[in-house]
Design a protein around this ligand. Structure first.
Ligand code: KG4
Ligand code: ZN
Length: 352
């Protein structure tokens, strides 16, 4: 079985072909729009939508060529149906529907977050239920993944996502965009202790996140240096910011492990997914945490952490196998919680 997956919900135009037999990923083509957004210091939705329109056809062509197949060899088409920047989601969904209609193939609308959630199963035999820390530019959640389409939320952010904390922090430090990799790079030559920052939510009950206070603390630390931020200050503050974010994520995850244990004493695995899962300090910390709790730890390779088409194709394939194809009247969804029954956290806004 061969599935084409299309991802256009943010600033990556991506397409991939995956198969239900090893080695699973036949191709995985990602065109990053970073250069197109860099002049604005962040993602501009309108620019992203137009860029997806320009780049999607050639990206799909390359994905098919690298897999060594044509449209006729496909068994289904999957696309991110949301949540995300709606202009881009519409481009991807419309393209997928057109291919499905023209070729008489099943169409699957994939929740982008489910794409991240299931990406671990593309690289390791991870069984349900597993505990998931999903950390990306738009989302920051702890979920118990009980099955395809079956999620139980333990915590979410009440303001910024972890990736946003990296991105906004990098902007404040003048390190550019995208912030996560820039902070990680700068942090290697910094000493966190020289520029202490608060560790949000650490020691508190529950599994929710909050990063806006940390952002304010960083802004005040930058202002204190009154426009004379040396390279050493930049590095120290980057190291400190990364330390604080990682400490907060790890503390919340430790609480979630306890809840996961209570509910699923046989549960075996902690999974991290989403762009921030590319962070080495975070991976190291979670490895220790899982080992201490006697859980296996699975983090997808970096190329599957940040947005990509393979995770969408794979989630599409898993949904198809569960008999969950979608009709061609599926409407793209700017918001689409994984766990529709969860009570929104106060102040969580669109992050719910
Ligand atoms: O999953 P993703 O590619 O897109 C969304 O669905 O949001 O995640 C992008 C986020 C950005 O905020 C980026 O700064 C962050 O992931 N990121 C990182 C690293 N690489 C990407 N954050 C920390 N360390 C990294 N190495
Ligand atoms: Zn993502």
């Amino acid at each position: 079985m061969l599935v084409l997956g299309i991802e256009t919900s943010c600033d990556e135009t991506a397409a991939a072909v995956v198969s239900d037999a090893a080695p699973y990923i036949c191709s995985n083509v990602v065109f990053s729009q970073i250069a197109e957004h860099r002049p604005y210091g962040g993602i501009v939705p309108e620019v992203a939508a137009r860029a997806h329109l320009t780049h999607l056809d050639p990206v799909i062509e390359r994905a098919l060529a690298e897999a060594g197949i044509g449209f006729n060899d496909l068994d289904a088409v999957a696309a991110t149906g949301g949540p995300g920047l709606i202009g881009g989601v519409i481009v991807g969904v419309t393209e997928a529907k057109a291919i499905a209609l023209a070729r008489g193939l099943p169409f699957v609308a994939v929740n982008h977050l489910e794409g991240h959630a299931l990406s671990a199963r593309l690289v390791a035999p991870v069984e349900f239920p597993f505990l998931l820390l999903l950390v990306s530019g738009g989302h920051c959640q702890l979920q118990i993944v009980e099955g395809i389409g079956r999620y139980r939320r333990l915590g979410t952010t009440i303001d910024d996502a972890a990736g946003e904390a990296f991105d906004k922090g990098a902007k404040l430090l003048g390190l550019g965009y995208p912030g996560g990799p820039a902070i990680e790079r700068a942090a290697t030559s910094g000493v966190a202790k020289r520029a202490p920052l608060p560790r949000p939510m650490v020691g508190r009950e529950g599994c929710d996140f909050s990063f806006s206070g940390l952002k304010t603390a960083l802004r005040l630390a930058v202002e204190k240096r009154a426009g004379a931020l040396s390279a050493a200050d930049q590095a120290d503050l980057a190291a400190s910011l990364q330390d604080s974010i990682v400490a907060s994520l790890a503390d919340r995850t430790a609480n979630a492990i306890a809840l996961f244990r209570e509910r699923h004493p046989d549960g075996k695995t902690l999974v991290v997914a989403g762009g921030v899962a590319a962070n080495t300090a975070l991976r190291r910390r979670l490895t220790e945490l899982a080992a201490k709790a006697g859980l296996d730890f699975v983090a997808p390779p970096l190329s599957l952490c940040t947005d990509n088409g393979a995770m969408i194709a794979w989630a599409g394939l898993e949904r198809l196998k569960a008999g969950l194809a979608d009709a061609l009247d599926f409407a793209p969804r700017p918001r689409w919680p994984l766990d529709p029954n969860a009570v929104p956290v106060r102040g969580a806004g669109v992050k719910a």
